[in-house]
Design a binder for this molecule. Structure first.
Ligand code: PGA
Length: 243
């Protein structure tokens, strides 16, 4: 079923005291529904404790495609499950661009997450250079198809996030029309592959002030929020726009 999600990607931000303050404010606010926070791995246990009894789900920002063993610095799915993680970001543009994750690695990670019974949030998006030469459609669809070909029937269990790279952390949001156009391409591709009800979120400089017009678009099922997810009033405002 298409669900309108508001997901907060904290990236490499936070501290024990900042997290406690933020999570307490979120869990005390009735508007925070269908919400997920993707916290840095060292804070999973703290977040799990603070989120207990609330409706806010716990997410991780990355995971290894391997089950266990000699993979220094990596974190496994079974470890994440021990801390109550239910969703995992896969293929974020920062992982693709800064850490060299290929479509193939991202597809393997997505499959591993599904096999562990958790929900992958598969991120796709074009760079400004790709958009300017008219390749946005080709890029986002090839990113989605690389995953779809690998996970086959598992596609219906994924969440997809469209995050134009040029809009991430830049303050430059895609217009609702620009975003809707790409979401419609993604929706068509998902429908062709038997997964029409996958939630497709928009990400890239989402704020309380622009969330409503984005979320009103017919194929936008909520948002994946970076910077604004670190500010309680902003995140709560975005949640209010998602109902
Ligand atoms: P932003 O980040 O909201 O800070 O642009 C979004 C994301 O990278 O998920």
């Amino acid at each position: 079923m298409r669900t309108k999600w508001v997901m907060g990607n904290w990236k490499m931000n936070g501290s024990l005291s900042q997290n406690a303050q933020l999570l307490t404010q979120l869990t005390q606010n009735a508007a925070v529904q269908n919400a997920v926070v993707f916290v840095p791995a060292p804070y999973l246990q703290q977040a799990q404790t603070l989120l207990q009894g609330s409706d806010v789900l716990l997410g991780a920002q990355n995971v290894s495609q391997f089950a266990n063993g000699a993979y220094t610095g990596e974190v496994s799915l079974s470890m994440l499950k021990e801390f109550g993680v239910s969703m995992i970001l896969v293929g974020h543009s920062e992982r693709r661009q800064l850490f060299g994750e290929s479509n193939q690695v991202i597809a393997q990670k997505t499959l591993a997450v599904l096999q562990a019974g958790l929900t992958p949030v598969v991120c796709v998006g074009e760079t400004l250079a790709e958009r300017e030469v008219g390749q946005a459609k080709e890029v986002v669809l090839s990113q989605l198809i690389a995953v779809a070909d690998t996970v086959a029937d598992g596609l219906g269990q994924c969440v997809v996030a469209y995050e134009p790279v040029w809009a991430i952390g830049t303050g430059k949001t895609a217009s609702p029309e620009q975003a809707q156009e790409v979401h419609a391409w993604l929706r068509d591709c998902l429908t062709e592959r038997g997964a029409p009800s996958v939630s497709v979120l928009y990400g890239g400089s989402v704020k309380a002030s622009n969330a409503k017009e984005l979320f009103e678009q017919p194929d936008i099922d909520g948002g994946l929020v970076g910077g604004a997810s670190l500010i309680a009033e902003e995140f709560i405002g975005i949640c209010q726009s998602a109902v």
